[in-house]
Design a protein around this ligand. Structure first.
Ligand code: PEP
Ligand code: MN
Length: 364
């Protein structure tokens, strides 16, 4: 970060800026005194500095950020892909991880039938959602948590697959961990909810962080970095942070109402370039329409997504939520074709013109 003082600013004013950065953020500065102007350079990683506060100090002209605020999630600071180990599964890097299952647990039969269908379709991880942040609070939210978690565990037992579930309420965290939820999802509607991010940053359990529907790339990656950084509320390091963060792209709210959300395919390679974290994408919640899911899934994988998460339901006509975007027997073809597309393009890297040799050759 570079701070330009206004022309004629005094040495005392520059000292005040330097002292403030040291006392509030524990960072040191170097200043260059030119003819009539002073420029201050902050040494180290200035991710935690609030540029708004610094620019309010007397004598400050402008504050220029030269490093990304989302340091821990940024590829500039961590060039290698992060690969998360989950049992035998590797998530991130050159691997393709497919997550599928019912949008929500409705009954034991529906959940187990859908779990078997997802397993037979070849998914790696099962969706077992016991609680949901919904578009409308009147929509189906799920069974009682205890009952839902009991069924989620049964789905895990029945299929032998790791399970993912969305955590909305911190009061349920202990029960989630006790029930053996392997991956905790932070939904699009919670992705900027600091208390949730703070609590999950204390754990090691993998977290899928969905892209908030009104967030830009910087806000999304800052939330991811916050999960990883282990900073306390004053911005000082207090714990290790959770290194096992998986990003999930699902489109944002835009003016187009013909699809459920607007998913920008160019975000996929861009996020891969900006961040070392595993990136998956959700063709169900982005498109909102079963008829679109298959092609959108292929598009995401071809664009460089390292995985998919989509709704698979044994009987979507009767589903209590999101039936119109859930697939049934088509899931098997979606999984196998996605794997073929991934194998074909995996060695290309995500950046135009990057050679096969540089990025290694595909296969997972
Ligand atoms: C979901 O995955 O069930 C879901 C509700 O998605 P999102 O948080 O992206 O809306
Ligand atoms: Mn859904």
């Amino acid at each position: 970060m570079i701070i330009h003082m206004v022309e004629g600013a005094s040495g005392d004013e520059a000292e005040r800026v330097i002292d403030r950065i040291k006392s509030d953020y524990g960072l040191f500065c170097e200043s260059i005194v030119g003819t009539g102007s002073i420029v201050i350079g902050v040494k180290g990683i200035a991710g935690v500095i609030d540029e708004g506060r610094i620019s309010e100090l007397p004598g400050v002209d402008r504050v220029i950020r030269i490093t990304e605020k989302f340091k821990d999630a940024s590829r500039s600071f961590h060039p290698e892909d992060t690969v998360i180990d989950l049992g035998n599964l590797k998530i991130g890097g050159k691997n393709l991880t497919i997550i599928g299952g019912p949008c929500a647990i409705e009954t034991e039969k529906q959940a187990l039938d859908s779990a078997r269908l997802a397993k037979d379709s070849g998914v790696d991880v099962l969706r077992t959602f016991v609680d949901k942040s919904r578009t409308s609070p009147y929509d189906y939210r799920g069974l009682e948590i205890e009952k839902g978690l009991e069924i989620a565990s049964a789905m895990r037992q029945e299929t032998g697959l790791p399970i993912v579930s969305e955590l909305i309420d911190l009061r349920h965290l202990e029960a989630f961990l006790k029930a053996g939820i392997d991956i905790i999802q932070v939904g699009a509607r919670s992705s900027q909810y600091s208390p949730l991010l703070e609590e999950l940053s204390l754990l090691n359990v993998p977290v899928i962080l969905k892209h908030g529907m009104g967030n830009d790339l910087n806000e999304w990656l800052c939330a991811a970095a916050y999960l990883m950084s282990g900073l306390d509320r004053s911005g000082k390091p207090s714990h290790r942070g959770n290194p096992n963060v998986i990003l999930c792209y699902r489109g944002i709210r835009a003016f187009e109402s013909a699809t459920r959300f607007s998913a920008d395919i160019s975000m996929i390679p861009l996020v891969r370039m900006k961040s070392h974290l595993p990136l998956i994408a959700d063709p169900s919640h982005s498109s909102g329409d079963r008829k679109l899911v298959e092609r959108v899934a292929y598009g995401f994988v071809a664009a460089g997504a390292g995985g998919l998460e989509f709704d698979i339901h044994s009987n979507p006509e009767e589903a209590l939520c999101d039936g119109s975007q859930a697939v049934t027997h088509e899931a098997e073809r979606i999984v196998s074709t996605s794997r073929q597309i991934h194998a074909l393009l995996n060695g290309y890297g995500v950046e135009t013109g990057v050679s096969l040799e540089l990025m290694g050759t595909g296969g997972s």
